[in-house]
Design a binder for this molecule. Structure first.
Ligand SMILES: Nc1ncnc2c1ncn2[C@@H]1O[C@H](COP(=O)(O)OP(=O)(O)OP(=O)(O)O)[C@@H](O)[C@H]1O
Length: 253
């Protein structure tokens, strides 16, 4: 469904000049595919380029080299032809929700943008219930919710348009550990119920292994290992093994 081929991305170094040597080469020839209905985890240390890759897949930025296609079409054209069918949940739920909007307005925003306003109140309540929240929250403002509740609201908004692809960019990283587990369970349930394709970006291997069918390890701008979650113990790459060794004592699955 998603095909990433030979993708390179560089940025001008902060404080750097116009010349090539001043470029930061973040992604150095990324290749992978995500099949329809698959849940793929992308793991890498801070600064390895995970969010850069997600911005490219979301069509928010362009690669310097290489191609990204969805269902065989360039990302931008696919998005244009499939409005609301690829959505994203970011780590920073506080700035993801407009503080001046009520929870109802936050969840309804993408539906209004697509003019899908039939039975809007009912649809919003159903979406809130789907993510385990009470309908009583509709008139509250984002600052009146806990972090876990607000991230659930962001997930409700992300699934409002019935997306085919959900990108979760460190979506649970800012939550308390116990809340992370709850939101992870919610994401698992939604994956089964709504038949979406997930790209789950995280630096927490345990969370990735728990949710995903397959894991991609991003290290120094390359995918150094691609392996199914149930075969993680057999990872060959040194970086992948290092990460695995740091979590195996606590058991991954
Ligand atoms: N717009 C930009 N301009 C310049 N440099 C950038 C830009 N976006 C990202 N970078 C740099 O690219 C590198 C990768 O950043 P990115 O945010 O993709 O990493 P990440 O793996 O998502 O990190 P984290 O886990 O900390 O969020 C970093 O060194 C970052 O400073």
């Amino acid at each position: 469904m998603i095909e990433v081929k030979g993708v390179h991305k560089s940025y001008s170094k902060i404080g750097g000049g116009f010349f090539k040597k001043d470029k930061l080469h973040v992604l150095r020839g990324i290749d992978f595919e995500i099949e329809e209905g698959q849940c793929v985890g992308l793991i890498g240390e801070s600064g390895s380029g995970k969010s850069t890759l997600s911005r490219l897949i979301l069509g928010l930025e362009k690669p310097n080299e290489g191609t990204i296609t969805i269902e065989g079409k360039p990302v931008k054209s696919w998005i244009k032809e499939n409005p609301g069918k690829m959505t994203v949940v970011f780590q920073d739920y506080t700035s993801s929700a407009n503080p001046k909007f009520t929870i109802k307005q936050v969840v309804a925003e993408p539906l209004i943008a697509l003019r899908k306003t039939e039975n809007l109140d009912k649809v919003v309540v159903e979406l809130l219930e789907k993510v385990g929240l009470s309908a009583n929250l509709v008139d509250r403002y984002p600052h009146e919710l806990s972090g876990g509740q607000l991230q659930r609201v962001c997930i409700a908004r992300a699934i409002a348009t019935n997306p085919k692809i959900l990108v979760l960019d460190e979506a649970i990283s800012a939550l308390d550990v116990s809340i992370q587990a709850q939101v992870l369970d919610l994401l698992k349930d939604l994956k089964n119920e709504l038949d979406m394709t997930y790209l789950f970006i995280a630096h927490d291997l345990q969370a990735v292994a728990n949710l995903c069918d397959e894991v991609l390890f991003l290290y120094q701008g390359n995918i150094v290992e691609k392996i199914s979650s149930d075969r993680l113990a057999f990872a060959q790459n040194e970086y992948a093994q290092r990460l695995l060794n740091s979590v195996i004592p606590f058991s991954i699955k």
